[in-house]
Design a protein around this ligand. Structure first.
Ligand code: PMP
Length: 400
């Protein structure tokens, strides 16, 4: 007879099925149109729904130039590369994109991975080894946590954005003489607050630690040219590794790490997630490359994103929602209870607004939230419509 442990674990997992039975299941909703400020859902084809859950912050996923560049690459290079970058899968287009990204974030070189998740896994597991330490903010993204586990280094988590605790831990580790890397999200993906990167950089300098920042939600959002958290704080030279993904402002899929030439050379020849996985499709690379060009050519998009963010945030504060410490286009409405969060999400969908719920383990227990995200292409009337509905529903559910 088969050992039942694994099968039991699967049959015991009922939480998602319960939500489906109650009609509150908010995941895997099928969209049948492009990622715009308004989309069509498969189960609701008669009427568009306002999109306030997209990470396409600058609205470039449907920019004509991005779509054309992607189509042209598909025609020229085909649908895939049939292998790893290491062997037969490197296109001139990949190298052009790497150069553009390195220039964009102000580093010597960059290296592509097929997703942002793979960047964090692939970089952390290669750069840090057994005997080293990783100091990681408690609110860092899951891909960072997984990268830390894969590395076999000792991962120590410090309280969210707590510089005193970080210094205490750095001091202790440095007295042991072990290698240490500090890693933080630039913009925290659930609650939209910003890492204290200037302080972290100073501590890393003081205690000779390597510093890596995850700029998934910062590119196209923070910095003088949308070039990220290090630029925002004017500490580009003090950050050793800048990680980015194409799945947000850069309108595609894929990711990169940027840093000094020697670090990138080391990763290129040692990082398993880079070496043993096929290179990103040409159409995705071309889309990201065009997105970077547009971000640099059209800074007014970033300005508009911030105007929209201000309009929404001021409106929500006026209504009386708890928005945590958000400082960016990611605006959490902290609900607390998980069931109420799912219910609010469902009612918002019925009222024509698409938002994402965040429940444990993505957020701490009793801190479930509705995650709104703004796009540069939202109009004032779309934001005002959402505010009106949010106020009514917030009152009805006692979320204010
Ligand atoms: N880091 C952060 C902070 C993220 O939010 C995400 C995506 N949710 C990733 C990394 C992974 O990026 P990708 O979607 O490209 O795999």
């Amino acid at each position: 007879m088969k050992n039942k442990t694994i099968f039991d674990r699967i049959t015991d997992f009922t939480i998602a099925k319960d939500l489906q039975k109650n009609g509150l299941y908010p995941y895997f909703r099928e969209i049948i149109s492009e990622q715009h400020t308004e989309v069509f859902l498969k189960n609701r084809t008669a009427k568009k729904i306002l999109m306030f859950g997209s990470n396409s912050y600058l609205g470039l996923t449907y920019h004509p130039r991005v779509k054309e560049a992607s189509e042209a690459a598909l025609r020229k290079y085909g649908t895939g590369c049939g292998g790893s970058r290491f062997l037969n899968g490197t296109l001139d287009l990949h190298v052009e994109l790497e150069n553009a990204l390195a220039n964009f974030v102000g580093k010597e070189e960059a290296l592509l991975y097929s997703t942002g998740f793979m960047v964090n896994q692939g970089v952390l597991s290669t750069i840090v080894r057994k005997g080293d330490y990783i100091l990681s903010d408690k609110f860092n993204h899951a891909s960072i946590v997984d990268g830390c586990f894969l590395s076999s280094a000792r991962m120590i988590r410090y309280s969210h954005n707590d510089m005193e605790e970080l210094e205490r831990k750095l001091k202790k580790i440095s007295s042991e003489g072990a290698g240490v890397l500090v890693v933080t999200d630039g913009v925290f993906s659930m609650e939209g607050d910003i890492a204290k990167l200037a302080d972290i950089a100073e501590l890393c300098e003081k205690y000779s630690a390597m510093l890596m920042v995850d700029d998934a939600h910062s590119l196209g959002v923070l910095g003088k040219r949308g070039d990220g958290t290090a630029s925002h704080f004017n500490v580009i030279d003090k950050v050793d590794l800048i990680m980015g993904t194409f799945s947000k402002s850069l309108a595609s899929v894929g990711g990169f790490i940027a840093g000094e030439k020697d670090i990138i050379h080391f990763l290129k020849h040692n990082s398993r997630a880079h070496i043993f996985s096929a290179s990103m499709p040409p159409s995705s690379a071309a889309a990201a490359l065009e997105a970077v060009k547009i971000i640099l050519e059209e800074p007014e998009r970033i300005e508009k994103l911030w105007e929209n963010t201000k309009r929404m945030k001021t409106g929500l504060e006026h209504i009386g929602f708890n928005l945590g410490d958000t400082e960016t286009p990611i605006i959490p409405i902290i609900v607390g209870e998980m069931e109420k969060t799912f219910l609010m999400c469902k009612i918002l969908e019925e009222e024509g607004i698409f938002v994402n719920p965040a429940a444990p383990p993505a957020v701490p227990p009793n801190r479930s939230l509705i995650r709104l995200s703004l796009m540069a292409t939202h109009t004032d009337s779309q934001i005002d419509y959402a505010l009106d509905k949010l106020e009514n529903i917030g009152k009805k559910l006692g979320v204010l």
